[in-house]
Design a protein around this ligand. Structure first.
Ligand SMILES: Cc1cc2nc3c(=O)[nH]c(=O)nc-3n(C[C@H](O)[C@H](O)[C@H](O)COP(=O)(O)O)c2cc1C
Length: 349
């Protein structure tokens, strides 16, 4: 079923990757963060050019765990264009997962060859594939076969235990994925140190020398749109993927330069409430309330009393408890205005 051979991008139809602006601004896949709820919040706060799902186990999609892991692939039209990311090391399941993801209407499939989590790489998954190119090749080809005209991309790092950019990324480029996202760290670094963008630029040069269409996306430590433009200018990448930066500024992808920090406390609380309500509506009991707490500091920040409110919400274990705290905080914000009115102070006075 899985035919051998090296694909050739020259004759491929246009895909989402060809339609993206340069530099493309991409929200990184982040487990327990970039679910359908957060992606919709980000789409409304300041839309990137492309979204990714959280990484989804290709094997689990074909077991009884499918219902639970399947929620990672839930999306709405508002989140398009969107790429589904998978991981695993069974080519047959990559083939089947690609077919399923195509039928679900995703704009592309991405393969995770970068996750550094010990329990995952011990089993030969994700960044462990950097040291197992023959299996990596089989997986990419199986996914391409199952994906049909849907583009297949890879997200990886510049090495497992040491920097091996040229060898590893050069190898992947020979498979001509639609795009290659390069996080400029080795796996052993996890998120330590700084991402090495000179290594990312090396991948751009490799691609150019090969004369192929693969889009190169750089990733690591980018915090703003001006940095996206700078990375494009200095390192020649076609796109930039941003992960943790979104926690610091929910408006990161906005073109008008408005910063989330400039919102009033009530507006910030409004954003958190919207997330909480959407999360509750979307997931009910299917996703744990505790996971929601990861977002508190993203919304409730940079105003007087924010730290105390965050601490309070971190102690809660149910939506209703958080709601009570938020309402009473909002009440305390309104209180001075009420007392001004009570003593007859108005804007005209
Ligand atoms: C909480 C969290 C979850 C992540 N989950 C994924 C994932 O599911 N798939 C993936 O390819 N990378 C994942 N990553 C890595 C990011 O996509 C990105 O490569 C990394 O954070 C570096 O980019 P940044 O410096 O812009 O954050 C995750 C990172 C974080 C912080």
């Amino acid at each position: 079923m899985i035919s051998p051979g090296t694909p050739n991008s020259a004759g491929r139809p246009q895909t989402v990757w060809d339609r993206l602006p340069r530099p493309a601004r991409i929200l990184a896949p982040m487990e327990d963060v970039t679910d359908t709820v957060f992606r919709r919040i980000v789409a409304r706060a300041g839309r990137p050019d492309l979204f990714f799902t959280e990484f989804t186990g290709a094997d689990a999609l074909f077991t009884r765990a499918r219902r639970s892991v399947g929620k990672r692939l839930q999306f709405t039209p508002e989140e398009r264009p969107i790429i589904a990311q998978i991981w695993g090391n069974n080519p047959e399941n990559y083939f089947r997962a690609a077919g399923l993801i195509r039928e679900m209407g995703f704009d592309g499939l991405d393969i995770n060859m970068g996750c550094p989590m010990k329990k995952i790489i011990r089993k030969g998954h994700c960044s462990a594939l950097i040291e197992n190119p023959s299996l990596a090749r089989e997986l990419v080809l199986a996914a391409m076969e199952g994906a049909g005209s849907m583009p297949v991309s890879v997200k990886t790092r510049i090495g497992l235990h040491s920097v091996r950019t040229e060898e590893w990324c050069g190898f992947l480029l020979e498979l001509e994925p639609a795009a290659l996202t390069v996080h400029g760290r080795i796996s052993a670094q996890q998120s330590e140190g700084r991402a090495d963008w000179n290594e990312v630029a090396r991948v751009v040069r490799l691609r150019d020398a090969m004369g192929i269409r693969t889009r190169i996306v750089g990733n690591g430590d980018v915090q703003s749109l001006s940095e996206v433009r700078e990375k494009h200018r200095l390192f020649g990448v076609d796109g930039v993927m941003i992960g943790r930066g979104i926690f610091e500024n929910l408006f990161l992808f906005r073109e008008d330069g408005k910063d989330y920090a400039s919102l009033t406390p009530a507006e910030k609380i409004g954003y958190f409430r919207r997330h909480m309500q959407l999360y509750h509506e979307t997931w009910g009991e299917r996703r744990n309330y505790e996971v929601l707490k990861k977002f508190v500091k993203t919304y409730i920040r940079e105003f007087d009393g924010a730290a105390g409110l965050v601490d309070g919400i971190m102690q809660t274990h149910a939506y209703e408890e958080a709601e009570v705290l938020l309402e009473s905080f909002l009440e305390s914000l309104r209180a001075p205005a009420l007392s001004d009115a009570a003593i007859g102070v108005t804007s005209q006075a």
